[in-house]
Design a protein around this ligand. Structure first.
Ligand SMILES: [Zn+2]
Length: 396
């Protein structure tokens, strides 16, 4: 069957390579993907961000995301493909930094992906001071969030280049071990950049489908319910909460917690290195999110999360929303809940207006925002405002 997309401009043909998407979207099987069918599909897969406030719910950038998805279905190319570094180029850039700053930068391969790519983490360490703090920045859990790997790597590039001339930056780096893991999901990223840009998950092959949502795959024995709620059965999908048990869903949590090499390796790494804090970069929506994502209960650090979040927001013109993650949508198995449960102070940044930066200029602006917010984070980490003590559960 041929599928058509109904748009304000008339009908557009779905590219043959996207027929599988069309089948899932076209619920009344008339061959026409209308606006509401597309919107429902995007909401169901966490593609459209719905923010819940006291005044009700609001979809962020609905028109733009639906237009971009429609362009994807029709297989129209986008400009970002020409100015985003692919995985090979990102790793090459990391190696160049290690060569340029041999006394400050080291690289470590912490695991291998399903398709055999190295998972590479960069460490920046500029002093042997006692009592140093630590921060890890992660990007590209989600394959199509192209600006996030660039933004993570840019933090390393800029802080290193400013180290000799900027006393403030020197002080931040000398008192912190900084770990940059710009591409958590190299297989998915390459697939999104080069084959099918709307791809979100990794590329693990299962009997009935492909890919796990890596930001739904985190697991800690300290609290197994943050991966899967007790009433959410593995063999049924009607009771799914915060992630899906359907392998073809964009939010498939995987067959069990930390089943994926990327997440297993990351969890082991942060524990081995005793990393104290984490910033995880995603797109889109201009949000600074803090735990929890699986319950509306506040954490014991709620006040500090809000205060430091607001301070970070202040340096980027207050364009972000600072809020508890569940007010976006409930998630289970996500980075921030895992790290918080393990005692790490952590934020998720949702940067940009869509998954794909529309221009080089927009990408540069997003990189700058992440850098500016990270500097505020590091300041509060070094001065002791951000807690680095062990996890305590709030009794509700
Ligand atoms: Zn994401």
């Amino acid at each position: 069957m041929d599928y058509k997309i109904q748009t304000v401009r008339g009908f557009e043909k779905v590219s043959p390579k996207n027929i599988d998407y069309a089948k899932r979207i076209d619920r009344n099987n008339d061959g026409i993907l209308d606006y509401n069918e597309i919107k429902d599909y995007l909401i169901k897969n966490d593609d459209l961000k719905v923010v819940y406030t006291r005044d009700g719910s609001k979809i962020v950038n609905e028109g733009q995301i639906i237009r971009e998805f429609t362009d994807f279905l029709a297989d129209k190319p986008i400009e970002a493909q020409s100015f985003i570094r692919d995985y090979g180029q990102i790793v090459e850039s990391m190696k160049k930094l290690a060569e340029k700053y041999p006394d400050k930068v080291s690289l470590e391969v912490i695991g291998k992906t399903f398709e055999g790519r190295d998972l590479v983490v960069m460490k920046i360490s500029t002093s042997n001071k006692e009592g140093k703090k630590s921060l890890m920045i992660t990007g590209l859990h989600h394959a199509r969030e192209w600006a996030t790997g660039e933004a993570a790597l840019n933090v390393a590039e800029k802080l290193l280049s400013e180290y000799d001339s900027n006393e403030v930056v020197k002080n931040l780096l000398d008192n912190t071990d900084l770990y940059i893991f710009p591409v958590v999901n190299p297989d998915g990223y390459e697939y999104s950049l080069k084959k099918s840009r709307w791809w979100r998950k990794n590329r693990k092959v299962f009997e009935k489908g492909v890919g796990v949502d890596l930001n739904r795959n985190y697991y800690t024995p300290k609290d197994p319910t943050l991966y899967r709620q007790p009433n959410d059965k593995p063999d049924s999908t009607w009771d799914d909460y915060g992630a899906s048990d359907e392998v073809n869903s964009d939010t498939y949590r995987g067959p069990y917690g930390a089943s994926e090499e990327e997440i297993k390796a990351l969890e082991k790494f942060v524990n081995d290195k005793k990393i104290q804090t984490v910033i995880d970069i995603h797109s889109y929506g201009n949000m600074i999110l803090f735990p929890w994502g699986y319950t509306s209960d506040p954490t014991q650090w709620d006040t500090i999360y809000k205060e430091v979040g607001n301070e970070m927001n202040g340096v980027v013109g207050k364009k972000y929303r600072v809020m508890q993650s569940i007010n976006l949508y409930p998630t289970t198995g996500a980075s921030q809940d895992y790290h918080h449960a393990e005692g790490r102070f952590t934020y998720t940044f949702e940067i940009g207006n869509s998954f794909f930066p529309s221009s080089k200029k927009e990408l540069e602006q997003l990189k700058q925002e992440v850098l500016d917010m990270t500097k505020v984070f590091l300041k509060n980490l070094v001065n002791g405002k951000i807690p680095t003590n062990k996890y305590e559960v709030i009794q509700s």
